[in-house]
Design a protein around this ligand. Sequence first.
Ligand SMILES: Cc1cc2nc3c(=O)[nH]c(=O)nc-3n(C[C@H](O)[C@H](O)[C@H](O)COP(=O)(O)O)c2cc1C
Length: 206
Amino acid sequence: MTEVELTSGDFTEENEPFSLFGAWLKDATAAEINDPNAVAVATVDEKGLPNVRMVLLKDYDERGFVFYTNFESQKGRELLACQKAAMVFHWKSLRRQVRLRGEVEIVTDQEADEYYATRPRGSRIGAWASKQSRPLEGRFALEKAVAEYTARYAVGNIPRPPHWSGFRIKPVSIEFWHDRPFRLHDRVEFRRETPEGDWAKVRMYP
Ligand SMILES: Cc1cc2nc3c(=O)[nH]c(=O)nc-3n(C[C@H](O)[C@H](O)[C@H](O)COP(=O)(O)O)c2cc1C
């Protein structure tokens, strides 16, 4: 079990999900061995078949939860076609889960540019070199692409690729789950009809 001192108080008494999420992410940042912001993102393909993979949460506020990716990847194409997604965080060391769902929007170019500029140079080159989710004939082809873009952007600014940006999930549901003995866990869901609406809180059987 973790040695970290957790956010005090009974989370089921909280009435606002974003500050509660912030407190839990802070706890996870102190407790997890790596990537406390790792989160599974679920999408659906054109046949309605679900798809899920991990990404890193890069921003969140009242507007929603942001991650960055290649818009020509599987997830990118799925989200551009069907602007709905779900996320689930699981912090093993804390025995906590947060899940959320909602419609998706693309972050502004300014937001994407600002985040892209904070990435290490190698990651910015990688965003150009990786044709994410498309077949790769061998590792050499990727290394060759990295070498080509490294040469192309040897000096000066590396622009953000036009196909690389962020998605923001605007939640209409956020559920908090915390392990309790004998599987009698605490569960609280915050729901609203639209991303602009007021939250209603619902406690649920585990
Ligand atoms: C911990 C972790 C974090 C990841 N973060 C990202 C990310 O922020 N963005 C991204 O595009 N892929 C990320 N990936 C890779 C994705 O899981 C996935 O392999 C890739 O994006 C291709 O997914 P797709 O084919 O469904 O588009 C991450 C993988 C792991 C394990």
